[in-house]
Design a protein around this ligand. Structure first.
Ligand code: HAM
Length: 434
């Protein structure tokens, strides 16, 4: 009987080294970018109490109705959910630890999120976000700063052609009045609604505007617009954001149909979209959510944030630059050895060189010097350190440049780190010394 190999869960991907190196580069750029804007890191659990998401995201949303990985903890009967997004968890943590006592907070987090969606290109069941949340800031400046901040990330990554759409969802009261009109409008066209829309008509009509059903697009196009229900304060806030974006030279389009798939938003919402990835082109999305902390039982405080979809951004990077990581991940030195004493010496030498600041690949697994040198060459290392019995007995090693036609030479071990350093970093050290 043959047993089948086990495969990963559908929609949950392994990220193999070639691609993971690209992810690491992206992480590095993102961390520097976040620091430049004064955001501080947060790490929240992957699992949260299920009611957190119903309360934060909204009970009548795709995520909460049909996409959450929820389960009962068999040991204590607690209802738990793998987080489908990070804003709810971050807000919970801010309240739980009273972070706002110390003043407003700019926070970020990164990691996997889980949604039981239909997997396709750019849409997965485990995906990753870089999330950015600012708590305690009421003015339009932080909304604009976050949007400008995204533009800077695209620039730092060398990406272009990501367009910005913005909208304002107004206040809860304004949405309430719009909602009544919306229900009346959709009731007049009840027969044209699909089953989802009919079910949501009274529970959450705004979600109908988010429908992807092509047969309902004309109907949605003609629906009453929230923008026409906004009062002076909401319009002022929206104008404030637009003025700052204009001054920063960021082009945008106001999309009155941009409502977002989560219920916690008010006022500014935005999405960054590329046409280069097919249907799943939104690489980043967010907005203001001034009601969330209060809704979670805490002292109300304004808040605004967004999340970048890492898989989509990596796909865009690959689309733009090809598969190759920009930074070489080759080691500096490959250590080859043969014989028992040489093996022990090589082990010691490799660590000594790392201590001196080199990236070192120690050959493991035996084999002739010839085959080891082939590996050394394939590794991309600049130098090979070769240790045979003779070298080991004499406390020395042979040094061979791999990327130029230069002779191999014997170096005493106590001079090795210095010689290797001179070879690898000589120019750099000279420059620094000048
Ligand atoms: P979201 O629009 O649900 O918002 O997700 C943000 C981004 O995550 C999307 O624009 C997309 O790039 C990526 N994303 C979402 N679902 C998937 C998926 N199934 N597969 C791959 N990528 C996906 C939020 O999650 C909010 N928490 C954003 C936010 C933060 N709002 C305020 N603060």
């Amino acid at each position: 009987m043959t047993s089948q190999t086990i495969q990963a869960v559908r929609g949950m991907n392994d990220i193999l080294p070639d691609e993971a190196e690209l992810w690491e580069e992206f992480d590095q750029v993102a961390r520097d970018w976040l620091r430049a804007y004064g955001y501080r890191p947060m790490r929240m659990p992957l699992v949260e109490p299920t009611p957190l998401f119903a309360r934060a995201i909204g009970a009548v949303t795709d995520i909460v109705e049909k996409e959450m990985y929820s389960f009962i903890d068999a040991l204590n009967g607690e209802a738990l959910t793998l987080r489908p997004e990070g804003t709810a968890s971050c807000a919970r943590a801010v309240l739980q630890h009273s972070l706002l006592h110390a003043g407003p907070q700019r926070l970020w987090y990164a990691g996997p999120m889980f949604r039981h969606e239909r997997p396709q290109k750019g849409r997965y069941r485990q995906f990753h976000q870089f999330g950015v949340e600012a708590f305690g800031y009421a003015g339009p400046d932080i909304d604009a700063e976050q949007i400008v901040m995204c533009a800077r990330l695209w620039e730092d990554l060398g990406l272009s052609g990501i367009r910005l759409e913005i909208n304002s969802l107004g206040s809860a009261e304004e949405r309430q009045r719009h909602r009544a009109e919306l229900i009346a409008y959709f009731e007049r066209h009840h027969a044209a609604l699909d089953a989802d829309a009919q079910r949501r008509l009274h529970a959450n009509p705004l979600r109908i505007l988010d429908s992807k059903n092509p047969h309902m697009q004309d109907l949605i196009e003609g629906a009453p617009r929230l923008m026409d229900f906004l009062g002076a304060d909401s319009l002022d806030h929206f104008k404030g954001v637009q003025t700052l974006l204009g001054e920063a030279g960021i082009p945008y389009r106001i999309n009155p149909r941009l409502v977002r798939g989560l219920d916690y938003y008010n006022l500014t919402v935005f999405e960054w979209i590329t046409d280069q990835l097919g249907a799943q082109g939104t690489v980043c999305a967010g907005g203001r959510y001034d009601g969330l902390l209060g809704q979670l039982g805490g002292k109300p405080a304004p808040a605004c944030g967004f999340a970048v979809g890492v898989e989509r951004l990596i796909a865009l990077l690959k689309e733009t630059f090809g598969d190759e990581p920009a930074r070489s991940t080759a080691p500096d030195v490959y250590v080859a050895h043969q014989g028992e004493l040489a093996a022990r010496t090589a082990f010691r030498v490799a660590d000594m060189l790392r201590e001196a600041g080199c990236d070192v690949l120690l050959h493991c697994g035996g084999g002739s010097f010839k085959s080891q040198m082939k590996r050394a060459d394939a590794s991309g290392a600049l130098l090979a350190v070769i240790i045979g019995d003779e070298e080991a007995r004499e406390d020395s090693a042979s040094l061979k440049p791999l990327r130029e036609d230069a002779p191999q030479r014997r170096v005493p071990l106590d001079a090795l780190a210095g010689e290797v350093g001179d070879y690898l970093f000589g120019d750099e050290q000279e420059r620094e010394g000048q």
